[in-house]
Design a protein around this ligand. Structure first.
Ligand code: ZN
Length: 416
């Protein structure tokens, strides 16, 4: 069923019409992010063309998940050597600039704090184009931010979520950049000759850029990423448990870097009802694969379900994960949803150059959308190398997915 890589590469980028002339704007950051400089790199993101042949092809859903044995320390996240003062004031973009450069793309460590600050800046700059909200809070007290983009009263809506798994945090960075990009180009941008303003008048996008901010914080910042003392102490307990059972051979720091679960050690993409009873990969809290004590036991899972239940005219759900360069769309759904979801996945495959894969894992969020809600839903596995993705992967993610919302609004037919 798989298409050839050469064919996919030929598809990649062919649909991009509206150009992106990135600005060099600098912006101030209030986050505690240790890296220094704020340097725009989006201008380099439109040229990705080649792809290594040596990547590991995933066999099952959650393709990033089988690499626990990796023991060599990974290289530290890249930091720019460019000297730029973090205190540089925000400079509004000139009228012709379509990338104002708020969301940093010069670091892989795009943190929850950076995201929270960026959301305020973006919402302040484009108050007419997006709406900030929250779907709840996590165990460690972080907000589950939502962003509404487009017309809330539109007859079609889409849900985009990212960073369900901690170490897949580059997907949050991607989605934040998408939000910034569409907000900045709302008035003057176009996709395939259709003004973006028109697309956003006819469609509504609700975006949850970081479903698992606690897990992201563990993966990015280690134990220090967790604020609650009891949760922080429990990370060590979970590590010892996984070590004793042979689920990891890594040292504690590297183990945390590869963390996927939430702060409770529950894998949020194993915490939904379809197939939950059959999930048996782990029997106790772990860095990944533990399904929790019951379907929907976790705050983040509840928030996702509440968001879906609260949406009107929901056409499709896109859940960004990493890695594998794949789109998962099957979960044994009956017709007409089988074909409808296949068509959705094919659109994304054609647009972003990802393989069309098959079955996704049991108890995942998109399975719940499909089975329990009858909504089209796919997992998009971005990235071509094991997570956490290196900075060198961001241009590829951006090239493939900058226009995905516009494509969805344009190409995906309405279902009721
Ligand atoms: Zn994932």
């Amino acid at each position: 069923m798989r298409k050839s890589r050469l064919l996919l590469l030929a598809c990649c980028g062919a649909l991009f019409i509206a150009g992106c002339t990135a600005s060099g704007n600098e912006t101030s950051k209030e986050s505690s992010e240790p890296e220094t400089e704020i340097t725009k790199t989006i201008e380099s993101t439109g040229t990705e063309a080649t792809e290594p042949e040596s990547e590991t092809e995933p066999e099952v859903a959650e393709s990033e998940s089988e690499t626990e044995e990796v023991t060599e320390p990974e290289s530290e996240p890249e930091t720019s050597s460019t000297e730029t003062s973090p205190e540089t004031a925000v400079t509004p973009p000139a009228a012709t600039e379509i990338d104002p450069g708020i969301v940093r793309t010069d670091t892989t460590l795009y943190t929850y704090d950076m995201m929270a600050a960026d959301l305020q800046v973006i919402a302040g700059r484009y108050p007419d184009h997006l709406t900030l909200g929250s779907a709840g809070t996590t165990e460690d007290g972080r907000e589950l931010f939502t962003v509404g983009l487009g017309n809330p009263a539109a007859s079609r809506s889409f849900l985009i979520v990212a960073a369900t798994h901690g170490r897949e945090y580059m997907t949050a960075q991607l989605v934040m950049k998408q939000i910034e990009f569409y907000a900045a180009n709302y008035e003057t941008g176009a996709y395939l000759n259709t003004p973006l303003r028109e697309l956003f008048e006819q469609n509504y996008f609700l975006i949850m850029p970081m479903v698992n901010p606690d897990g992201v914080s563990v993966s990015e910042l280690g134990e220090a990423g967790i604020r609650r003392e009891d949760l922080r102490a429990n990370l060590r307990v979970i590590f010892e448990s996984d070590l004793a059972k042979g689920y990891t051979t890594n040292d504690y720091a590297y183990y945390l870097k590869r963390w996927k679960a939430n702060a409770n050690g529950v894998d949020l993409n194993r915490n939904f009802s379809p197939g939950w009873n059959t999930v048996s990969e782990r029997s106790a809290p772990s860095s990944d694969f533990y399904k929790g004590t019951a379907p929907g036991s976790e705050k983040e899972s509840q928030a996702l379900m509440n968001v879906v239940n609260g949406m009107q005219h929901l056409q499709a759900v896109i859940s960004y994960h990493s890695y594998g360069d794949l789109v998962y769309w099957q979960y044994g759904q009956a017709e007409p949803l089988w074909t409808a979801n296949q068509v959705l996945a094919q659109h994304i495959s054609n647009h972003a150059g990802h393989y069309l894969a098959g079955y996704s894992n049991e108890a995942g969020f998109t399975n719940w959308c499909i089975i329990e809600k009858g909504i089209r839903a796919v997992v998009v596995e971005t990235g071509r190398v094991p997570t956490p993705l290196p900075l060198s992967e961001f241009p590829d993610l951006w090239q493939r997915h900058r226009y995905t919302y516009a494509m969805l609004a344009t190409a995906v037919s309405t279902i009721n």
